[in-house]
Write a protein that binds this ligand. Structure first.
Ligand SMILES: NC(=O)c1ccc[n+]([C@@H]2O[C@H](COP(=O)([O-])OP(=O)(O)OC[C@H]3O[C@@H](n4cnc5c(N)ncnc54)[C@H](OP(=O)(O)O)[C@@H]3O)[C@@H](O)[C@H]2O)c1
Length: 212
C-alpha cells in the first residue's frame, strides 16, 4: 500500500519503519522534512521524506499521529483526502491539547476519533495504534504467531476495516475489530483497554465483556 505518515514522531516514525519493512511504500512527513533523514536511513532508504501535503497526496492510506489539538490545522493544510483511508492514532489530553476540544466533543456527543473524522468528511476513517505505548509498538512487531500482541481497532466503513486489518497482519500484530467509531470509548485514555498488552484471544474476550 502507499502510506503517508503525518506526524513522524514516536508513533508515526516507528510505524513507518515497520510498514517499509513489510514492503509498503512509505512517505514520512514533517513541517521540516529535512530533519527526517535519520528516519529514512532507518528504513534502509526504502521510505522517503516530504511535507504533510505531499505525503497525503501520494497516499492511499494516511496515518495521522500528531498531537490531537493540531488536527484542524492538518485538515486545513492537506486539503481534500476524499476516498483515502485515514487511520487516527491520536489521543486527546486536555493538558496538551486544551480544554476547548473536550467541551466541543461533549457538546456534540462525539468520541475522539469521531471528532477527528468530522474534519475529514470524505475519508474512510478508522482508529488504531492509539492505545499501544510507542515502545511496545517499536519492539513487538513481527512477532511469531504464538507471541503476537493484538491491537484493537475500529472503522467507520468496510474499506477502512479491511485496510487496517491487512496492515496489522503485514507488520505482525494480531487484531481485534471493535466495530464502528461509536465503539471506541474503551480504547481512549484512562479507559479499560488503553495501553493493555494482550494476545488476540484475551483481547477478544475482554472486548466481548465490555461491548457485549
Ligand atoms: N507516544 C505514545 O506512546 C503514544 C501512544 C499511542 C498514541 N499516541 C498519540 O499519538 C499522537 C502522536 O504521538 P507521538 O508520541 O508520536 O507524538 P510526537 O513524537 O510528538 O510526534 C508528533 C509529530 O506530529 C507532527 N505534527 C505536529 N503538529 C503538526 C502539524 N500541524 N502538521 C503536521 N505535522 C504535525 C510533528 O512533526 P513536525 O513538528 O516535524 O512537523 C511531530 O513529529 C498523539 O495524539 C498521542 O497522544 C502516542
Amino acid at each position: 500500500m502507499k502510506i503517508g505518515i503525518i506526524g513522524s514522531g514516536n508513533i508515526g516514525g516507528n510505524l513507518g519503519i515497520h510498514f517499509a519493512k513489510a514492503s509498503h511504500e512509505v512517505v514520512f512527513s514533517s513541517r521540516n522534512p529535512e530533519k527526517l533523514t535519520p528516519l529514512v536511513a532507518a528504513t534502509d532508504g526504502k521510505a522517503r521524506a516530504s511535507t504533510p501535503e505531499e505525503a497525503a497526496n501520494f497516499a492511499e492510506v494516511i496515518l495521522l499521529a500528531i498531537p490531537f489539538g493540531n488536527v484542524p490545522a492538518v485538515a486545513q493544510s492537506i486539503g481534500d483526502i476524499d476516498g483515502k483511508v485515514l487511520i487516527d492514532a491520536g489521543n486527546y489530553y486536555p493538558q496538551r491539547d486544551g480544554d476547548e476540544i473536550g467541551k466541543e466533543m461533549q457538546a456534540k456527543n462525539l468520541l475522539e476519533t469521531e471528532w477527528t473524522a468530522s474534519h475529514f468528511p470524505g475519508a474512510h476513517v478508522g482508529k488504531a495504534f492509539n492505545s499501544i505505548y510507542y515502545k511496545t509498538l517499536q519492539n513487538k512487531a513481527f512477532a511469531p504467531q504464538a507471541d503476537r500482541l493484538a491491537i484493537p481497532f475500529a472503522a467507520a466503513d468496510k474499506k477502512a476495516e479491511e485496510t487496517i486489518q491487512s496492515l496489522l497482519t503485514s507488520i505482525g500484530f494480531g487484531s481485534t475489530f471493535l466495530g464502528d467509531l461509536t465503539q471506541t470509548k474503551i480504547i481512549q485514555p484512562n479507559e479499560p483497554l488503553y495501553t493493555k498488552e494482550m494476545s488476540e484471544e484475551a483481547l477478544e474476550k475482554q472486548v466481548k465483556q465490555l461491548l457485549g
